[in-house]
Design a protein around this ligand. Structure first.
Ligand SMILES: CC(=O)N[C@H](C=O)[C@@H](O)[C@H](O)[C@H](O)COP(=O)(O)O
Length: 232
């Protein structure tokens, strides 16, 4: 593990739960004050860190909570939408987050920069850590080589070439945790406490859970689909 593992924001989430607090465009909870309240609510339940999206959400959450904050900015309708450019990353860093999450795949970025150039510029200009959201083992290896401080399995199942599955990609978590010199965060489709525990068992440095804790529309649909009788 590199020295980044000793960074206080990383040390504070080691072996613990980070909760992603996000609402999507057009949804009733897409509102910075609401997301800030959700973040405070999950903090009260024991979240060791928060992951959130959007500059105003990040500013509000930063002001309200002293927990490690992973920030991103989803923008654009291209393939690369998680903090897609360096300018996005710098804006996220300026909100006061501890860790800037960026697309960590090898797909072309809208500003033409490589991941390595992006990571270096964030480090040099802001001193923040960078989390690379990847979808495959090869991308995880490349992201660590590009200088990412943390690698997340966030995009597994969300690129055209990665394996979609109903649950978390624990095989990817285990492979990257075994081979990377940087912390690996299990993120994506962790829907139960058992799966979260299994991710830690697989070697995850920390586990990020979003939908299953903070997205009531999806959670409701899970229940409604099981309860509603055919033809009802
Ligand atoms: C693919 C993508 O855009 N993932 C996003 C990344 O920030 C979020 O929409 C997810 O909610 C987050 O990764 C947590 O995952 P889950 O909600 O499955 O626990």
């Amino acid at each position: 593990m590199t020295s980044a593992a000793e960074h206080p924001a990383l040390a504070a989430i080691r072996g613990r739960l980070v909760v992603s607090c996000q609402a999507y465009p057009g949804e009733p909870m897409r509102d910075p004050d609401t997301m800030c309240r959700v973040a405070r609510a999950v903090a009260a339940g024991g979240a060791a860190g928060i992951r959130a999206q959007g500059l105003e959400d990040l500013r509000r959450i930063r002001a309200a909570l002293d927990l490690p904050l992973i920030g991103l900015w989803k923008d654009g309708d291209g393939d690369v939408f998680i903090t897609p450019t360096l300018d996005h990353a710098l804006a996220v860093a300026a909100t006061g987050v501890d860790i800037v999450a960026v697309d960590g795949t090898r797909r072309p970025r809208p500003d033409g920069r490589t991941l390595a150039e992006t990571v270096k510029a964030v480090h040099d200009r802001t001193g923040r850590l960078v989390m690379a959201d990847v979808s495959t083992y090869e991308e995880g290896i490349a992201a660590a080589e590009a200088g990412a401080d943390v690698v997340g399995t966030t995009l597994s199942g969300y690129t055209a070439y990665s394996r979609p599955g109903p649950g978390p990609d624990l095989e990817l978590v285990a492979g990257l945790a075994r081979d990377l010199p940087v912390p690996v965060i299990a993120e994506g489709r962790v829907h139960t406490a058992e799966q979260a525990a299994a991710a830690v068992e697989a070697g995850a440095y920390a586990v990020v859970v979003g939908t299953a804790i903070t997205h009531p529309t999806t959670i409701t649909r899970w229940f409604a689909d099981r309860v509603t009788r055919p033809g009802a």
